[in-house]
Design a protein around this ligand. Structure first.
Ligand code: ZN
Length: 421
């Protein structure tokens, strides 16, 4: 059964109005990057969400259920961690798994996975009626064709009093472009006109793909799925230029949808393009230690002053990212208002001033029932060190390409940095 579109639009309007974003599409099929604020709409009744008390959650990859068996995994996490909620990967293109001598040396994993290449995809069966507004319909994983992780795991969890949350993990793994027919057509276009490995959040076809998954979880599996955790570790063009981990290649996005959205905001596409090419040149010179006559930081600031469109384009990307997430939240609430819908927040928000300035908790709070913030061991350690190292390489923050100075500008205690580098 299709959900109520009118109610969906109302929910989208409410969320977007709270965010102060550009107008949300009236429907997925009508989605256009139109300007202006949406009309006043009914507010979402956040009190309808029913939260479990004292949630102890863990995320579990698909191969774990296959390697060890459903009950063995549930026994372990229940006994060792008192877990009462599982974020079950239902959509994931991360090919890594547990092999002897592999990249994930987890000694307490019960059995090694079969040593073969994995492609990822959806680890559940979805009804195509939820994907009528998109051509991106063929994404069922062939790694475990007989595993429907929702029907295979949820009943055993329910018998134990545990809750099943669909973990919809949307990182832009390049393999997705090879394995999802049509995905290249919605790819972000970089400043030089090249297609990249990430899909564009402003492309209606991709948005309908994302929305369809939320519909399928909640409408097709109403008694098995208790909530949704959604994540996508991606960043805007400035963060991708800086790099330092989790960056995707390409200064994006300059596709026709993004350019139209920029023009509607009064941002010059030509000036933004010119500015990012200048910035890219500056970063290239820093990488080759060709110091500008006024120094790296002055040159960086001067480029921003001369091309404020650089900042506008970066916010265009992040506003679009907020907009997509608020739409997914609105979709979920129109189907199952009592079920919690939360977001994974990538580790960069804990150490990158550029990322946290754009993807603020304040904005996230308008459309989230809960947040899962990546604060685990190597997010606070090696990744922070990598990020600072990269800042020094680019000369973005380091006034003199001096690492100690850079650490101070970042607001990080030098002792903390030295402990993790
Ligand atoms: Zn785009």
């Amino acid at each position: 059964m299709r959900f109520d579109r009118r109610k969906f639009v109302q929910l989208l309007g409410a969320v977007s109005a709270d965010l102060g974003l550009a107008g949300s599409p009236a429907s997925v099929s009508e989605a256009q990057p139109t300007p202006g604020r949406p009309p006043a709409a009914h507010a979402i009744d956040r009190s309808a969400t029913i939260h479990r008390k004292n949630v102890v959650a863990i995320q579990v990859k698909p191969f774990c259920w296959v390697d060890e068996g459903v009950d063995k995994v549930l026994d372990t996490i229940e006994e060792k961690g008192n877990v009462n909620t599982v974020f079950v990967y239902t959509y994931d293109y991360d090919g890594s798994h547990i092999t002897r001598g592999g990249t994930k040396p987890l000694p307490d994993h019960g059995r090694y996975s079969p040593d073969r290449q994995r492609m990822g995809g959806a680890f559940y069966d979805y009804d195509l009626k939820y994907f009528q507004d998109t051509t991106l319909r063929d994404f069922r994983s062939h790694d475990e064709p007989n595993l429907n992780v929702i029907t295979a795991v949820s009943p055993s969890m329910k018998a134990r009093g545990m809750q099943f949350f669909a973990w919809d993990y949307n990182n832009a793994f390049p393999v997705m472009m090879q394995s999802i027919p049509g995905l290249t057509e919605v790819a972000e276009i970089d400043v030089y006109g090249r297609r990249t490995s990430g899909a564009c959040f402003n492309h209606p076809n991709f948005r309908a793909h994302l929305t369809g998954k939320i519909e399928s979880y909640l409408s097709q599996y109403p008694s098995e799925v208790d909530g949704i955790i959604w994540g996508c570790e991606r960043m805007g063009p400035i963060d991708n230029l800086i790099g330092g981990g989790w960056a995707t290649a390409g200064i994006c996005c300059f596709c026709s949808f993004c350019c139209a959205k920029a023009q509607a905001r009064g941002v010059s596409v030509a000036r933004a393009r010119e500015g990012y090419i200048q910035l890219d040149r500056l970063f290239q010179t820093a990488a080759h230690q060709q110091r500008p006559s006024d120094g790296y930081f002055v040159a960086f600031l001067r480029t921003l002053f001369e091309y404020p469109e650089i900042l506008s384009w970066n916010m265009l990307w992040h506003d679009s990212y907020h907009e997509v997430r608020s739409e997914l939240y609105g979709t979920a609430k129109s189907i199952a208002p009592s079920k919690p819908f939360g977001f994974h927040v990538m580790q960069n928000i804990t150490f990158s001033p550029f990322y946290s300035a754009a993807d603020s908790y304040a904005k996230l709070s308008h459309y989230s029932d809960f947040l899962k913030i990546a604060t685990y061991n190597n997010a606070a350690g090696p990744r922070l060190a990598n990020f600072i190292h990269r800042l020094c390489q680019t000369g973005t923050v380091a006034l003199t390409r001096n690492r100690a100075r850079c650490v101070q500008v970042m607001g990080v205690k030098p002792s903390r940095y030295h402990n993790c580098s």
